[in-house]
Write a protein that binds this ligand. Sequence first.
Ligand SMILES: Nc1ncnc2c1ncn2[C@@H]1O[C@H](COP(=O)(O)OP(=O)(O)OP(=O)(O)O)[C@@H](O)[C@H]1O
Length: 305
Amino acid sequence: MLMPSSARQQSLVSLANAGIRRQGRWLVRGVDLTLSRGEIVTLIGPNGAGKSTTAKLAIGVLRPDEGSVQRADGLAIGYVPQKLSIDWTMPLSVERLMHLTGRLAETDLAAALEAVGIPHLRKAEVQHLSGGEFQRALLARAIARKPDLLVLDEPVQGVDFAGETALYGLIGEIRNRTGCGILMISHDLHMVMAGTDTVVCLNGHVCCRGTPAAVSQSDDYRKLFGAPGAGLALYTHRHDHTHLPDGRVLHRDGSVTDHCHPDDGHHHGHPHAHGIHDGHDHHPGHDHAHHDPRDAGAGEAHRHA
Ligand SMILES: Nc1ncnc2c1ncn2[C@@H]1O[C@H](COP(=O)(O)OP(=O)(O)OP(=O)(O)O)[C@@H](O)[C@H]1O
């Protein structure tokens, strides 16, 4: 599934004026959306805006009552739903969770757990996993079948800010490595991963769309979320250095120092991103106090031990 450059623009799924009506009410209507190989599209919108419904339309769980949905022939889909119907009173290992949606070859199961960084949790009980570990297990299950299209409904739910960054990094890596297209759902723009190509803001209909930065500036987005969108600086800033596992810092010019430089674009009061582009790894001794990025002028305070 490596991505030849010619295949990059291949459309995987396309919704045209799609709508779903239930009990006399349109849950979503007039949705136009195209997702290509190698692309990350994130649906945002308030509760009940129709994000999950739109994702279900895209993967074919729901058929449109209006408009059309086209999928590439033989499209393999990996889906991580928002909610799972699991009997939490029954013991369930990660390995069995992986097989629940269909028997997996041993090599694919092992490779998927390795890819999401939890091979050691193979026999662990799902009930005992942390939020981040559980999301990784679900991601492993979805990628084990080598999907062309990965649909992730709130993949960072129950995960703290640092875990969220790591998960988004992982999702970006999966996209880069496999070339799959990714349709993600988030509640709000501040949760959107840095590598998102297009944000589609839903509120029963498509209220606006564009790059994360463009959407943050749109009047429709601001009306809907009542936020100034200042937090989007968070997603556009790129680090020019990487924290090595031993705590030292590798700079873009190849030099290695014990600490960050004050002008590294990484310090107090500086709008700051963690994303798939920045190669920024967290490590002990690098403390972060995250402000709510929806606050105007929000940044991130760092304390380097
Ligand atoms: N089968 C159904 N019958 C009737 N109404 C439904 C059905 N499925 C969903 N809805 C309603 O459609 C609306 C959109 O639901 P959906 O789950 O797509 O929203 P969402 O944007 O994903 O919300 P959230 O952020 O809360 O997960 C909601 O008001 C929901 O109650």
